[in-house]
Design a protein around this ligand. Structure first.
Ligand code: DGT
Ligand code: CA
Ligand code: CA
Ligand code: ZN
Length: 576
């Protein structure tokens, strides 16, 4: 069994145990091992054979035997049993904002609630308010949360979609007869949430490939299975559509199923205007079918430069491609470093040194440490004394690195209710940079929230604004705020705005990012990493930047390290 699938199963076991009200440490252990498996330095089966797996922190004897069993037999009775004995609707309750495992267990025990539908019925009947530890306010919040979930439907995070599609795509590529295969749809466009997964492949005969496909171990249910396409539900309940075409048709199918629908419609309209017809199989002109090897050929045949998938939303990309090659979009490999990372000084999992090492191994030349500020008690915010102690530690490490790598002293400083910052000015002066973020009073009125954030970004001590809208994808809406006014204020003050690359946030979003750029705001892509693996969030932030059409010159942390240092230094001088 694939490592990714094993990780997924252990993760799911952790969740199932959670909603059954098991010991939180036991649940956490499953999630941690799942994470550890995803970050293994080498091949799982090799590590099992060599005994190296037993050395991985967090993988104790019982976990080890579970992993080995899954890896060798593909089955784990404990998992099957858990799945069978847990009402499938219970896990869905975890998505309701404010409902943790404890509350879910109470609702299950007291009111026999096993699904969102049960939950809504109980809430509407006022039964939740009557429960001990809940109350009318909680009940109202739960009902609001259900409505929110219904609005977002069954969409999933891009990060989950990419994790699910990767092993399936890899498998399809190995099937006999497959010439080319790609993930397409919203995943290929790096949209922040995903409805379903789409895969296109080419083969002389798609039939046997599709037979193989529906028999994959990841497939939980076959929804449709024909000679050129299949639809299945994967183990985690996510739908995946697969289409097979001939290799001549592949560029057209890839283009069509990448979308977006709006982009396709605009492209088809353009084809018609030029005397062609375009569909998912071909481009036909006055002289017959136009052969295309690649999508670039297809665009060229319609007088266009190639358009990267991230831009295919019919927001002006076709007009742009008419005028010649598109300016190159920023790439992950161009990032020289990043800011807004947490360590175990506040709520991160790794030490300063581990984070630095993780950044180095990912090709970064510097890392900005931005632990929480003192008001963020829930997240281990740093007192003034702790900040000074952390600076000493950072100085010590920087001396050790001897210029080969640099840690910047930053803070993710809370923006207080009135827009002031959570540390005294004298301390703020000592940081290399300041990320200012809202972490409290999300319910403020729009005008107050806007004034609060405008005041913060106008403060010369603030280098960049953190997660500007506060949204949590599929979980919590943005707070009420006039982001355009915030962007204008940032532009006036020369304050940067981050793309928070945590796949749960992706905040700024692409649309506001475009606007910020038009107004001349410098963008910075930050992982908001709370662990070493969290640095890999960066690629999702790059996805947002690319969807916003940003080139490397628009992103502060693509600049050469010396230039980054100089700019931060100049800003500090100016503000003191
Ligand atoms: P999703 O799944 O909601 O995250 O978004 P997509 O973009 O992956 O949409 P999906 O899976 O329904 O369809 C994949 C692509 O197929 C879509 O991006 C464009 C193309 N497509 C689907 N339906 C239509 C349609 O009615 N007209 C056109 N022109 N293209 C379509
Ligand atoms: Ca899709
Ligand atoms: Ca689809
Ligand atoms: Zn934050």
């Amino acid at each position: 069994m694939e490592t990714a699938r094993i990780a997924q199963i252990l993760d799911e076991m952790g969740t199932l145990l959670e909603v059954r009200g098991e010991n939180p440490f036991r649940c956490r252990a499953y999630h941690n091992v799942s994470q550890a498996l995803r970050a293994l330095p080498s091949d799982l089966s090799e590590m099992i054979t060599s005994g190296a797996l037993a050395e991985v922190p967090g993988i104790g004897e019982t976990m080890l035997s579970k992993i080995v069993r899954l890896a060798t037999t593909g089955h784990l009775p404990a998992y099957d049993e858990l799945r069978q004995s847990t009402p499938p609707g219970l896990v869905a309750l975890l998505r309701v904002p404010g409902l943790g495992p404890k509350k879910i267990k109470a609702l299950h025990d007291e009111l026999k609630i096993e699904s969102l539908a049960d939950l809504r019925a109980a809430g509407e009947a006022g039964k939740i308010a009557a429960l001990k530890g809940f109350g009318a306010k909680t009940e109202a919040k739960i009902l609001e949360g259900i409505t929110f979930i219904e609005n977002v439907g069954d969409r999933i995070l891009l990060s989950k979609a990419r994790r699910l599609v990767a092993p399936v795509l890899a498998a399809v590529r190995t099937f006999p007869g497959v010439i080319r295969a790609e993930a397409c749809g919203s995943v290929r466009r790096w949209k922040e949430t995903i409805g379903d997964l789409d895969i296109v492949f080419s083969a002389p005969d798609p039939v046997p490939v599709l037979d193989h496909f529906v028999a994959l171990p990841d497939v939980a249910q076959v929804l449709a299975h024909g000679p050129t396409k299949a639809s299945v539900r994967l183990a985690e309940g996510v739908q995946c559509d697969v289409r097979g075409v001939s290799d001549e048709q592949f560029p057209f199918a890839l283009h069509y199923f990448t979308g977006s629908k709006e982009h396709n419609i605009a492209m088809r309209r353009r084809a018609i205007a030029r005397g062609y017809t375009l569909n998912e199989y071909s481009l036909t002109g006055p002289d017959g079918a136009v052969p295309c090897q690649t999508e670039a050929d297809l665009y060229a045949a319609l007088g266009l430069a190639e358009i990267p998938p991230e831009l295919r939303e019919d927001v002006g990309e076709i007009e742009l491609a008419e005028r010649g090659p598109l300016p190159p979009l920023v790439e992950r490999s161009q990032l020289t470093g990043t800011f807004h990372c947490h360590t175990d000084w506040s709520d991160g999992a790794a030490t300063l040194e581990e984070m630095a090492e993780a950044a180095r191994t990912r090709g970064l030349k510097y890392l900005g440490i931005a632990d929480h500020s003192r008001s963020a008690g829930y997240a281990g915010g740093l007192s003034v004394e702790r900040v000074r102690a952390q600076w000493e530690e950072i100085d010590r490490l920087n001396t050790k690195y001897g210029g080969t790598f640099h840690l910047y002293k930053g803070t993710e400083c809370d923006i207080l209710a009135d827009g002031s910052l959570d540390y005294p000015d004298t301390l703020l002066q000592g940081f290399d940079y300041v990320v200012a973020s809202v972490h409290s009073l999300f319910g403020m009125a729009r005008t107050d929230m806007t004034a609060r954030i405008v005041r913060a970004v106008s403060n010369p001590r603030v280098t960049m604004l953190g997660h500007p809208s506060g949204r949590l994808l599929l979980t919590r809406d943005a707070y009420a705020v006039d982001l355009d006014a915030v962007i204008d204020a940032a532009a006036r003050a020369g304050t940067m705005i981050e793309i928070n690359a945590d796949p749960h946030r992706l905040d700024l979003d692409d649309a506001h990012c475009r606007r910020a750029r038009q107004r001349g705001v410098q963008i910075v892509v930050n992982p908001d990493a709370h662990s070493m693996g969290g640095l890999d969030n960066l690629e999702y932030g790059i996805g947002v930047a690319r969807r916003a059409g940003l080139g490397p010159e628009c992103v502060f942390n693509t600049f050469a390290p010396e230039r980054v240092a100089r700019i931060l230094d100049e800003r500090r001088q100016r503000s003191s």
